[in-house]
Design a protein around this ligand. Structure first.
Ligand code: AGP
Length: 612
């Protein structure tokens, strides 16, 4: 949820920390701070609000510690406990001022820890759960920082990714994780610790990922790894495949717009080398399924949250249609707590762009515990879900910085289609049918380019509806999850109360909300159910709701009588979700832009939800 960073090397720590926080700002952006250690003293600057404000404070600061330090840590926050303000911002000092820490996660038993410390006269100054941990570390300190950290961590319940330092040991940083991601970049005479790769990439490509209950001690001699009992542990250094430019906006006004326009290439990367036209199937080697394994699969359960869950719903339709295997989509948080019936013949597919979403990770652990075959579908290489599932498919969509997910969704759907194709060819689908679908998947970049070419048209439609405060999206079949996704995008970035519904569901209640102030985006693509959906759109029009009709090329007549029309390429039902959602992404983007919203960092959101 938050982004934490640590640096130990030869260069100006403050500069590297603030730049790293800027690159991780999508993880949380309501307050931030850095602490640097120089000449045995700790310098600290915190700021309520964006990293830009923190940079100004750091640049204006005369604190020698900040100006000359080559050791430090920092944090950008998504508040869980305590309002976003300077006192609650991280890094947190302990009462003595000798220990400082940045934390990502939730310390569930922080109240009892604070009460226990208060009995020893140790008072916390902030409302945060995190401060309890640095106070506890200081309380446990007996001359060795990593010993104090492990002793304190054995007393906490909850999740953490932390970096800590003390002016008692000025040549050392300690990092540890349980539930929240920590990656360590091994550079040339320097080490960078961070919550994700985006803050590491500008400095090195060599990274090692901490597992739960790992602790790393970083000194001038490098990185030593231990578990909380101080037994040495070793983790492989892996090479990260992103370049730092990929995490820059370029000429685009927003990362979201850049990522929308990156989709043709992102899809090309997601399908490259994965379509076998001769056999009419897909090659998803990461799934590591023999045809015999695939034949054993009795049901597919897809778990995820938000946009990833919506992509899973398209996959559900495709798997049932192409492979005839029962498929279900589960909201990950519900799956992990409702004690689901899972058997060894179940394939559980965990979809997560970040690969760090706490509820999806817990659903993976629950499914593994129940003996299911578990596979991940992730974008971030080396992420926790990718490592814990041990089998799966990377999207190769490149870094997705905009909080509102776009290219990850279309790549997730493309991979789910390839998974359905593979399972289908292992059952009743013919080679010819398989080849036809493979050819359509191969054409996806071209279909998306056709939609992107209409950006100005869609922008004009968007500007007509930017002042509304409510909106509906309706669709049937493969387009029902697209209606949900369209509504989610508009909600996230424009703060319009948008709802997605199955077109047939309106009459069972939601239609009561319709008026001239509630535009309806009706997905009337030329696929089965179109006539019914047109009927539902007519019912909306009858209640004076303006209707924006999304129709297939060559079937513009379907939009007759409605207020506005957006045309997307004509294609089979299983393919339609991808070009259609790109049109809805652009519609939402231009509505939010017309409303002057913070599109890349919408209020109250964060890119990766690493707490429950
Ligand atoms: C999507 O735009 C949102 N950022 C959010 O719903 C997101 O899809 C959800 O938090 C899941 O994230 P994940 O794919 O990284 O697991």
């Amino acid at each position: 949820m938050c982004g934490i960073i640590g640096y130990f090397g030869k260069r100006n720590a403050a500069e590297i920390l603030v730049d790293g926080l800027r690159r991780m700002e999508y993880r949380g952006y309501d307050s931030a701070g850095i602490a640097c250690l120089n000449d045995g003293r700790i310098g600290l600057v915190k700021n309520a609000g964006k990293i830009k404000g923190l940079r100004e404070r750091v640049d204006a600061s005369e604190q020698a510690e900040l100006l000359h330090a080559t050791l430090g840590l920092g944090h950008t926050r998504w508040a869980t406990h305590g309002a976003p303000n300077e006192i609650n911002a991280h890094p947190h000092l302990d009462a003595s001022g000798h220990f400082v820490m940045a934390h990502n996660g939730i310390i569930e038993n922080y109240k009892s820890i604070k009460e226990g410390l208060a009995k020893h006269g140790i008072k916390c100054v902030s409302e945060t759960d995190s401060e309890a941990l640095v106070q506890l570390i200081a309380y446990c300190y007996n001359g060795n920082l990593e010993k104090a950290v492990s002793e304190a961590l054995k007393k906490v319940k909850g999740t953490y990714g932390i970096v800590v330092m003390t002016d008692h040991e000025p040549g050392k940083l300690v990092a540890a994780r349980c539930g929240s991601p920590i990656v360590i970049g091994i550079g040339n005479n320097e080490t960078v610790v961070a919550s994700d790769a985006s803050a590491i990439i500008p400095h090195t490509r060599d990274a090692l990922y901490l597992e739960d209950y790992d602790m790393a001690v970083i000194t001038a001699d490098g990185v030593q790894m231990f578990d909380l009992q101080h037994a040495p542990v070793s983790r492989d250094v892996t090479e990260m495949d992103w370049d730092s430019d990929a995490a820059e906006k370029g000429d685009y006004a927003h990362f979201m717009l850049k990522e929308i326009f990156e989709q043709p290439d992102a899809i090309r990367n997601a399908i490259r080398g994965r379509l076998d036209f001769d056999m009419g199937t897909s090659i998803l080697s990461g799934l590591d399924f023999s045809p015999r394994d695939a034949a054993q699969i009795g049901r597919v359960l897809v778990v995820g949250c938000g946009t990833s869950m919506n992509a899973g719903m398209v996959g559900e339709y495709a798997i049932e249609e192409m492979a005839g295997i029962p498929a279900e989509v589960e909201q990950a948080a519900e799956f992990r707590y409702r004690n689901p019936i899972v058997t060894p013949h179940d394939l559980v597919v965990a979809i997560s762009q970040s690969g760090e979403t706490a509820d999806t990770l817990a659903a993976v652990r629950e499914a593994k515990h129940k003996g299911a075959v578990v596979a991940g579908l992730c974008n971030v290489v080396g992420s926790t879900i990718a490592r814990e599932t041990g089998r799966g498919v990377y999207l190769h969509a490149g870094p997705e910085i905009g909080v509102a997910s776009t290219k990850a969704f279309t790549c997730q759907v493309a991979v789910m289609l390839m998974m359905a194709l593979k399972l289908g060819r292992g059952r009743r689908m013919t080679r010819h049918e398989g080849e036809k679908i493979s050819r359509w998947i191969e054409r996806l970049p071209e279909l998306i380019e056709k939609v992107l070419a209409q950006d100005e048209t869609i922008k004009a439609v968007a500007q007509k509806y930017a002042d509304h405060e409510n909106a509906f999206f309706i669709g049937r079949g493969y387009l029902y999850p697209v209606a949900l996704e369209g509504a989610l995008k508009l909600k996230e970035i424009s703060y319009i109360h948008a709802e997605g519904y199955h077109a047939a569901e309106l009459k069972h209640g939601p239609i009561a909300l319709l008026s001239e102030n509630t535009p309806v985006v009706a997905l009337l693509n030329n696929i089965p159910g179109k006539e019914k959906s047109i009927g539902n759109a007519e019912e909306c029009k009858a209640r004076k709701a303006p209707v924006i009709a999304v129709v297939s090329e060559g079937d513009e007549a379907a939009a007759e009588g409605f207020n506005d029309m957006i045309v997307v390429p004509d294609c089979p039902p299983c393919i339609a979700p991808i070009p259609t959602v790109v049109a809805l992404q652009l519609l939402s983007y231009h509505i939010a832009a017309a409303r002057g919203c913070e599109i890349d960092q919408p209020r109250n959101l964060a890119k990766s939800v690493t707490v429950e």
